[in-house]
Design a protein around this ligand. Structure first.
Ligand SMILES: NC(=O)C1=CN([C@@H]2O[C@H](COP(=O)(O)OP(=O)(O)OC[C@H]3O[C@@H](n4cnc5c(N)ncnc54)[C@H](OP(=O)(O)O)[C@@H]3O)[C@@H](O)[C@H]2O)C=CC1
Ligand SMILES: Nc1nc(=O)c2c([nH]1)NC[C@@H]1CN(c3ccc(C(=O)N[C@@H](CCC(=O)O)C(=O)O)cc3)C=[N+]21
Length: 284
C-alpha cells in the first residue's frame, strides 16, 4: 500500500515563503500584482480564477481580473493585452487558455510580455523551459508536479519517468523539467502502442491525459511514484483524476490524490512566479 502524497503541505510551504518575500518587497514600497485576463466565462477558467484569487489574497499579492466579452475581436483583445503589458503596477499576467476559436493564440502568444508571462504562454518562456534557463517561467502545473516530488524527497536522477500527454500546458514542459533533474524521459500520447506496457517500465509516472481513471493497476510497476495531473468529472459528477486511485495505490510507493493533489499546488506556484517577475522587473 503506497503513501498518499497530498498537495496541501507543499502548497503551504510555498505559500509561507511567498508571504515572507511579499512582506520584504512591500517594505521597499513595491506591491506585487497579478492580472488575470479572461475572455468569456468558461467554468474551468472560473474554477481556476477562484483558486488563484484566494491564493493571491493569502500571499498579500494584489490582483485584478480583466474580464473581456466572449465576442471580443482579435484587435481589441491585443489592445487590452498591451495595456496590461504596459501597466507598471502589474508584474504577472495570466491569460486563460484555450481561448475562443476566433482568437488566434499563435499570434497573441507573441504579444504577452515574456517578463510578465507567469504561466508560459510566450514562446520565449517555452524556449527557456527547453533550454533549462531558470530566468523563465515554466507553466504552473508542471512546476507543481516537480515541487511535490522535491517536497517528498523523490530522487529523479537516472530514473525512468514516463509522461502520458504531450500538450504545451502539461506534457511537454513537465518532460523538460524531469529531464533537467536527470530523469530518462519517455513521452506517450494517443498514438503510443501498448501504453500500459510502456507505463509499467516507469519509476515515475505522470498522467496528464484528461481521461477519467484511464490509468489502472495494469499501468503501474510495483513501487512506482504516480503523479496525477488530470482534472475530470466522473459519471456521478465528482472530480477525479486520470488515475484510478483505488486500483493504483496498492502497487505505487507514492501517489497523488485528486482532488487535493497536483491541482492544489498550482496556484501557489503561480504566486511564486508573480513574486519572481516582480523582483526581475524591479531589479531586486
Ligand atoms: N492540475 C491542474 O492545475 C491542471 C490540470 N489539467 C488537467 O490535465 C489533464 C491534461 O490537460 P492538457 O494537457 O491540457 O490536455 P490536452 O487535451 O491538451 O492533452 C492531452 C494529451 O493526452 C493525450 N491522450 C489523450 N487520450 C489519450 C489516450 N487514450 N492514450 C494516451 N494518450 C492520450 C493526447 O495525445 P495527442 O497529443 O496524441 O492528442 C494529448 O497529448 C486534463 O485532465 C486537464 O484538466 C490541466 C491544466 C491544469
Ligand atoms: N493559462 C492557463 N493555465 C491553466 O492552468 C489553466 C487555464 N489557463 N485555463 C483553465 C484551466 C483549468 N485549470 C484548473 C486548475 C485547477 C482547478 C481546481 O479545481 N483546483 C482546485 C484543486 C484541485 C485539486 O485539489 O486537485 C482548487 O484550486 O481548489 C480547476 C481548473 C487551470 N487551467
Amino acid at each position: 500500500m503506497g503513501e498518499i502524497i497530498k498537495g496541501k503541505p507543499v502548497a503551504d510551504a510555498i505559500t509561507e515563503s511567498v508571504i515572507r518575500e511579499v512582506e520584504e518587497i512591500k517594505s521597499r514600497g513595491i506591491s506585487p500584482k497579478l492580472a488575470i485576463v479572461r475572455v468569456g466565462a468558461d467554468p474551468s477558467d472560473l474554477a481556476y480564477e477562484r483558486g488563484a484569487i484566494k491564493r493571491m489574497e493569502k500571499c498579500g499579492i494584489d490582483k485584478e481580473v480583466i474580464a473581456l466579452p466572449v465576442d471580443i475581436s482579435q484587435d481589441e483583445f491585443i489592445k487590452e493585452l498591451k495595456k496590461v503589458n504596459d501597466d507598471e503596477n502589474v508584474h504577472g499576467i495570466l491569460v486563460f487558455r484555450p481561448m475562443p476559436e476566433h482568437l488566434d493564440e499563435d499570434i497573441i502568444k507573441y504579444v504577452i510580455s515574456p517578463e510578465k508571462d507567469v504561466d508560459c504562454f510566450s514562446p520565449v518562456n517555452v524556449a527557456k523551459v527547453t533550454e533549462g534557463d531558470e530566468t523563465g517561467f515554466p507553466p504552473a502545473t508542471p512546476t507543481a508536479v516537480m515541487e511535490i516530488m522535491k517536497f517528498y524527497g523523490v530522487d529523479l536522477k537516472g530514473k525512468h519517468a514516463v509522461v502520458i500527454g504531450r500538450s504545451l500546458v502539461v506534457g511537454k514542459p513537465v518532460s523538460m523539467l524531469l529531464l533537467k533533474e536527470h530523469a530518462t524521459v519517455t513521452i506517450c500520447h494517443s498514438r503510443t502502442q501498448d501504453l500500459p506496457g510502456m507505463c509499467r517500465t516507469a519509476d515515475v509516472l505522470v498522467a496528464a491525459v484528461g481521461k477519467a481513471k484511464l490509468v489502472d493497476d495494469t499501468y503501474v510497476k510495483e513501487g512506482a511514484v504516480v503523479l496525477d495531473v488530470g482534472i475530470n468529472m466522473d459519471e456521478d459528477n465528482n472530480m477525479c483524476g486520470d488515475v484510478d486511485f483505488d486500483k493504483c495505490i496498492e502497487k505505487a510507493s507514492m501517489i497523488t490524490p485528486v482532488p487535493a493533489g497536483v491541482g492544489s499546488v498550482t496556484t501557489s506556484v503561480l504566486a511564486k512566479h508573480v513574486v519572481k517577475a516582480c523582483r526581475i522587473l524591479n531589479d531586486i
